[in-house]
Design a protein around this ligand. Structure first.
Ligand SMILES: C[S@@+](CC[C@H](N)C(=O)[O-])C[C@H]1O[C@@H](n2cnc3c(N)ncnc32)[C@H](O)[C@@H]1O
Length: 197
């Protein structure tokens, strides 16, 4: 598989995720929720973190690295607990109802759940995320809905579905240099596992 070069943001996230997933790798089958152009799905395979990755999204990009399975954005077409690892990278805040999507994604998760997304506390953080989102996504036709996590509210949602935290990277060094110093506190990467699983 030939992958186009990563920008530093995606390369940094892939490195952070790889560090979290190393102790459990390789998983037999990963689910990439909101896979976009499939670059991360390709990286999971290239880095030997998963033997197989199913990419799923609500829209298809031109020339994706890994072809996504398209679905209606409401209920994933998979059986309960059918993926040993599910992950979503900058995808949940694009869902009309992040909690409902998270619940459905965790329904399909067998053991481990990894997430890279945002967290903010005040108006400045929220506005910064809105700006990043528009700059990063508008050109790909991905609507920004501004449904970011405030503080750690999503962690409560994940725990309510029967998962416990394994690791949390926050601030997460996703951006380099000055941009990173100004905004990495809005970024996190986390790994969860099904409690008692
Ligand atoms: C910012 S992109 C991230 C793509 C990829 N994960 C990455 O980081 O390169 C957000 C993606 O979430 C997808 N998305 C939006 N609503 C969704 C839903 N309900 N279920 C799954 N994916 C969704 C969008 O189509 C888009 O591809």
């Amino acid at each position: 598989m030939k992958l186009r070069r990563a920008d530093s943001y995606r390369g940094n996230i892939a490195d952070l995720l790889a560090g979290l997933l190393a102790p459990i790798a390789p998983v037999d089958k990963g689910l990439d929720f909101g896979s976009g152009d499939g670059w991360f799905a390709g990286e999971m395979l290239r880095r030997g973190l998963a033997r197989e990755v199913v990419a799923v999204d609500v829209q298809r990009r031109a020339e994706p690295h890994v072809e996504p399975l398209l679905y209606d954005g409401r209920r994933l077409p998979f059986a309960d607990r059918s993926f040993p690892l599910a992950y979503c990278i900058d995808a949940l805040h694009h869902c009309p109802d992040p909690r409902a999507s998270l619940r459905d994604l965790l329904r399909c998760t067998g053991r481990f759940f990894a997430i890279k997304d945002h967290t903010y506390r005040g108006a400045l953080g929220w506005l910064t995320l809105c700006l990043f989102d528009e700059v990063g996504n508008r050109r790909f036709g991905v609507p920004s809905l501004y449904h970011y996590q405030r503080a750690w509210s999503w962690s409560d949602w994940i725990a309510a579905e029967g998962f416990e935290p394994v690791a949390l990277l926050h601030p997460a060094p996703c951006h380099d240099g000055l941009l990173g110093r100004a905004s990495n506190h809005l970024q996190f990467v986390a790994l969860w596992r099904r409690a008692g699983g």
